[in-house]
Design a protein around this ligand. Structure first.
Ligand code: ATP
Length: 438
């Protein structure tokens, strides 16, 4: 059979008891080594971060392969490995892996591109996902994971921005134990690099590349320069099992959609602030804001977002902002709540204070003579009629511009202010360049 482009997409193989879809993808790649060529980097695709049934970061993976065998064999191999991978762990209610194999260039099929865009910002049903796969070029197996797998096929197409993540995995005997990743070394390496993204919480002097929990990930380093990321090997003080270099849509902001802000959607909305910020104990900030159609929302800025929440605390009624965020399923103040992950301040309203005038005769600050009775000078007794109040313009502390999450804490798809490369065309890579075993 002639070599053809075949994508193998996987999702929903992890659980909170351990495992990770990207880890399984590394195992599948290792199994395929020598039997296929890679038409692209392995892909780490993040989908709508506001889907409530995700385990952590709503990730799916895709291997774009050049293969001269039967696509059905790839499906059976990935599916049997997914079953073996998920079965030893206690299943969670509703957990169900999915594998999709697609022959050809999926991003050229409009309905798969549409599905990808929809899954980035909206809720997709199983029927919608499998309908988009119909037409004979796709094979699939599994349950709900088919949604994420099918939706990821057309991600990271030519013309799309991208980043990289180099993920190191732990040896099985270390799972569940404390990870050893040197934060000082990560900070030092970050200082020497040009294109790393969101790996360090500088204010806490900690790396955010190493997760908590029982999953097999030791650390995932993000950036725009693949070569540079391999240097982060030096920060590992625990011997990894293997590493995989992914191309990803992380931090590209592709989930920000102009959709109507319905629950669980990721949206980008232009609104006018209509209240002074409400500062909650704990540092969270809530701002009431009105969209162009008159609907009013509560925009929530969580303390964890750092500079974003601090900037929100400086908003005033009349400010026009654009917010990227997720629509929450609760409305504590009777209005839909959007949790913000990014804010652009487009224009600032003028802010004034009104003060009593100075006495034109002796220069003292005058006092109100009572409601509607004007002003009276406490020193010389001079009177002024009502309306003599001074309106002073205040200098706003906030500036127009973009406000981001605290470094190291940005959500997976949220832009972090870096300029990103754009994919021109698929570029085949050697397995040895994207996978190392230790
Ligand atoms: P990890 O980050 O460790 O991979 P996860 O957060 O990706 O975990 P999953 O176990 O993959 O969590 O669960 C996400 C589930 O949601 C999958 O079954 C996937 O098919 C489904 N899903 C993903 N995007 C959407 C969407 N937009 N609409 C509906 N379902 C979705």
């Amino acid at each position: 059979m002639a070599e053809q482009l075949i994508s193998v997409a996987i999702d929903d193989t992890d659980s909170q008891y351990g495992g990770c879809t990207t880890h399984l993808t590394g195992l599948v790649l290792s199994e395929l080594r020598g039997k296929v060529r890679l038409a692209d980097y392995p892909l780490l695709v993040r989908l709508n971060p506001n889907i409530p049934w995700r385990t952590r970061g709503n990730a799916a993976t895709v291997l774009r392969l050049l293969y001269d065998g039967d696509p059905q064999d790839l499906l059976e191999l990935a599916w049997s490995m997914a079953l073996e991978y998920t079965q030893p762990r206690p299943p969670l209610p509703g957990k169900s892996p999915g594998v999709v194999v697609y022959v050809g260039r999926p991003w050229e099929l409009e309905r798969l591109r549409w599905l990808y865009r929809k899954a980035l910002s909206d809720v997709v049903t199983f029927d919608v996902a499998t309908k988009a796969l119909e037409g004979g070029r796709a094979l699939w197996r599994g349950g709900r994971g088919v949604i994420g797998a099918a939706s990821s096929l057309a991600a990271l197409a030519p013309g799309d921005p991208y980043t990289f993540e180099l993920t190191f995995y732990r040896r099985p005997e270390a799972w569940g134990t404390r990870r050893c990743v040197s934060s000082p070394k990560v900070i030092e390496l970050e200082g020497l690099s040009h294109g790393t993204l969101n790996n360090v919480e500088l204010d806490k002097e900690l790396t955010s590349a190493a997760p908590g929990g029982p999953d097999p990930v030791l650390a995932g380093f993000r950036g725009t320069d693949a070569e540079e990321l391999w240097k982060f090997e030096e920060a590992l003080c625990e011997r990894p099992h293997f590493a995989v270099l992914y191309r990803s849509n992380q931090h590209t902001g592709v989930h920000a959609s102009p959709l109507r802000p319905l629950v669980y959607r990721s949206v980008s909305m232009k609104v006018t602030v209509s209240s002074r910020p409400l500062k909650l104990p704990g540092g969270h900030v809530i701002v009431e804001a009105r969209a162009a159609d008159g609907d009013v929302y509560d925009i929530a800025f969580y303390e964890d977002s750092g500079p974003l929440a601090r900037a929100a605390g400086l908003l005033r009624p009349g400010d026009v902002i654009e917010v990227v965020g997720g629509v929450r399923p609760y409305s504590p103040r009777g209005r839909p709540t959007v949790s913000a992950e990014l804010m652009s301040v487009l224009s600032l309203a003028d802010e004034f204070v009104e003060v009593a005038p100075r006495c034109p005769r002796c220069g003292s600050r005058m006092e109100s003579a009572g409601k509607g009775k004007g002003y009276r000078c406490p020193r010389c007794g001079f009177s002024l009629p009502e309306g003599g109040r001074l309106r002073l313009s205040l200098t706003r502390e906030l500036m127009p511009g973009h406000y981001y999450y605290r470094g190291g804490r940005a959500r997976h798809l949220t832009p972090v202010g870096a300029s990103l490369p754009v994919l021109r065309e698929l570029q085949s890579v050697k397995v040895d360049d994207v996978m190392r075993t230790y």
